[in-house]
Design a protein around this ligand. Structure first.
Ligand SMILES: C=C1C[C@]23C[C@@]1(O)CC[C@H]2[C@@]12CC[C@H](O)[C@@](C)(C(=O)O1)[C@H]2[C@@H]3C(=O)O
Ligand SMILES: O=C(O)CCC(=O)C(=O)O
Ligand SMILES: [Fe+2]
Length: 336
């Protein structure tokens, strides 16, 4: 296996956002926290998407039983023999993958299942390896994904209101569309060999990248290692919290808001002690959807637009030709 390592993260920040942050702990500076049970969080949400492109959500209302059911099905799956798991691979793009991420040579200390959330997506491929009753994991994924879609739409509608855009479903309708090209991913990071972690260097579980879609909703067990970068070269560790969700803005939402919201760079560093299981819903538009800055967010019309218009199909095609760490949006930026 190819082992990648990175210098230990030294959390020294130069950004004014981070310096001004009144965090009790300088090691975990100020990840914005949103309480979804509070009536009016739209302005906080907008601020979090502008400054970080990332926030933590509590009081989300997702039934714990859906989370634990899926978690236990996923653990069952990842605990099965490799030869059995490999029957569900390779991910082309859907299925089981191990160590290889995407089609262009990226690797990480991770195994995963990548699924489409499209209702007609064929789970047949996995059925043979999903144990005595493949229906169990399928049902668990479906229940969980419908909760994620609901939460993602709720957040996107509050964001539209916070931005004073009409109608309020301008973003959420893309996820609600029957043809929405949304994905679901289960990532399992086994503890890495201890000799790969020594000397203050960490093994890359999932290398730095931005998510191409509109919005991503992540839930993990209590294993640390997730980091975000809002200033190039500086990483903020995100303390894990199995009872909360971590939300990030994707490239498409950055474009639709003409750069007002930031598609946040993130990565996961593995450790030798504890395995991590993460579940991520990536809310994406239909393939034919035109993505471009919303007219109501442009001051002087077209000339303000930072991006060329593209369809989600075009963006995806280009993304799948890129390496994980590439800036996929530069190809779609207008020259100034
Ligand atoms: C290296 C790659 C993996 C990825 C497709 C890509 O060519 C570039 C984007 C990657 C990413 C990041 C977010 C999601 O995990 C993902 C499923 C996605 O939509 O874009 C992955 C892709 C993947 O693992 O196939
Ligand atoms: O597994 C994680 O914690 C992060 C993975 C991720 O960012 C992704 O799958 O896009
Ligand atoms: Fe990601």
């Amino acid at each position: 296996m190819v082992i990648l390592s990175m210098p230990a993260v030294n959390e020294q920040f130069s950004s004014s956002i981070i310096k001004n942050c009144k965090s009790p702990s300088s090691f975990f500076p100020c990840i914005p926290l949103i309480d979804l049970s509070k009536p009016d969080t739209k302005n906080q949400l907008v601020k979090a998407c502008e400054e970080f492109g990332f926030f933590k959500v509590v009081n989300h209302g997702v039934p714990m039983e859906f989370i634990t059911k899926l978690e236990s099905e996923a653990i069952k799956f990842f605990s099965s023999p490799l030869i059995q798991k490999e029957k569900a691979g390779p991910p082309d793009p859907f299925g089981y993958g191990s160590k290889k991420i995407g089609p262009n040579g990226d690797v990480g200390w991770v195994e995963y299942i990548l699924l489409s959330t499209n209702p007609d997506f064929n789970y047949q491929k996995f059925a043979s390896i999903l144990g005595v009753n493949p229906q169990d994991i399928r049902d668990a994924v479906n229940d969980y994904v419908s909760e994620m879609k609901k939460m993602a739409c709720e957040i996107l509608e509050m964001l539209a209101e916070g931005l004073k855009i009409h109608p309020r479903n301008v973003f959420s309708k893309l996820l609600m569309d029957e043809q929405s090209d949304s994905l679901f991913r289960l990532n399992h990071y086994p503890p890495c060999p201890p000799d790969q972690e020594f000397n203050g260097r960490n093994l890359i579980g999932f290398g730095e990248h931005t998510d191409p879609q509109i919005i991503s909703l992540l839930r993990s067990n209590n294993t640390s290692g997730l980091q975000i970068s809002i200033v190039d070269g500086h990483w903020i560790s995100v303390p894990p919290d199995q009872n909360s969700f971590f939300i990030n803005v994707g490239d498409s939402l950055q474009v639709m808001t003409n750069g007002r919201f930031k598609s946040v760079k993130h990565r996961f560093l593995a450790n030798s002690v504890k395995s991590r299981l993460s579940m991520i819903y990536f809310g994406g538009p239909p393939l034919s959807e035109k993505i471009g800055p919303l007219a109501s967010l442009l001051m002087k019309g077209e000339q303000d637009s930072l991006y060329k218009e593209f369809t989600w199909f075009e963006y995806k095609k280009s993304a799948y030709k890129s390496r994980l760490a590439d800036n996929r949006l530069v190809l779609f930026q207008k020259l100034v």
